[in-house]
Design a protein around this ligand. Structure first.
Ligand SMILES: CC(C)(COP(=O)(O)OP(=O)(O)OC[C@H]1O[C@@H](n2cnc3c(N)ncnc32)[C@H](O)[C@@H]1OP(=O)(O)O)[C@@H](O)C(=O)NCCC(=O)NCCS
Length: 157
């Protein structure tokens, strides 16, 4: 077999409607039904999807992330999540590529998320103690990437 034949083809694409079932399966495998209890999920139920990206490995969806339209106080922003990479494709940089696709899409618009600071700090995300989600959340997991620290209630837009 040639080197080219064994190479894995991976790329980041915009999510299409045909990807929805694969994305749902990935998210369910990573987070289980408990995700529906999360305050972040309440935002996603009400917000419009601003963008979605998938990682494809030889055509198969192995990673996904979505961005949702929100406001923090009066400021328009994007809410990132869920992000997931299938267990057998992790630690190869796909998660980072998906986050970067979101950052590129956002441009000068700020991004808020609820997640692990040890993972997201590498992309520049910082704590956002004044961004208030409407429900129980560990405030230390509320992170922001953008100009100026956001303040105010987080709402679907
Ligand atoms: C988080 C996730 C998307 C990262 O995907 P990935 O393709 O492995 O990401 P990358 O290859 O870009 O980065 C991997 C690195 O991040 C680290 N990492 C992964 N999750 C982490 C976390 N929650 N906190 C801190 N570091 C983390 C890995 O240990 C690895 O470290 P290394 O580079 O020193 O080996 C993936 O682990 C996943 O789907 N996890 C389950 C779902 C989840 O928890 N999502 C939300 C995270 S807050």
């Amino acid at each position: 077999m040639t080197d080219a034949a064994v190479q894995t083809l991976v790329r980041i694409d915009a999510e299409t409607p045909a990807d929805a079932a694969s994305v749902e399966a990935l998210v369910m495998a990573a987070f289980g039904p408990g995700r529906y209890a999360k305050t972040a999920e309440r935002i996603r139920e009400q917000a419009g999807v601003a963008a979605g990206f998938v990682a494809r490995e030889n055509g198969r969806v192995v990673g996904a992330v979505r961005l949702w339209s929100i406001t923090v106080g009066e400021r328009p922003a994007l809410f990132l999540g869920p992000i997931t990479v299938s267990a057998d494709s992790r630690k190869g940089g796909l998660g980072g590529d998906l986050v970067q696709a979101c950052i590129d899409h956002a441009g000068t618009t700020g991004i808020l998320l609820v997640g692990d600071e040890p993972y997201f700090s590498r992309f520049g995300f910082r704590h956002a103690p004044e961004a208030r989600l409407q429900g129980p959340v560990d405030q230390r997991r509320v992170l922001w990437l953008g100009a100026d620290e956001p303040a105010g209630t987080v709402r679907a837009a």
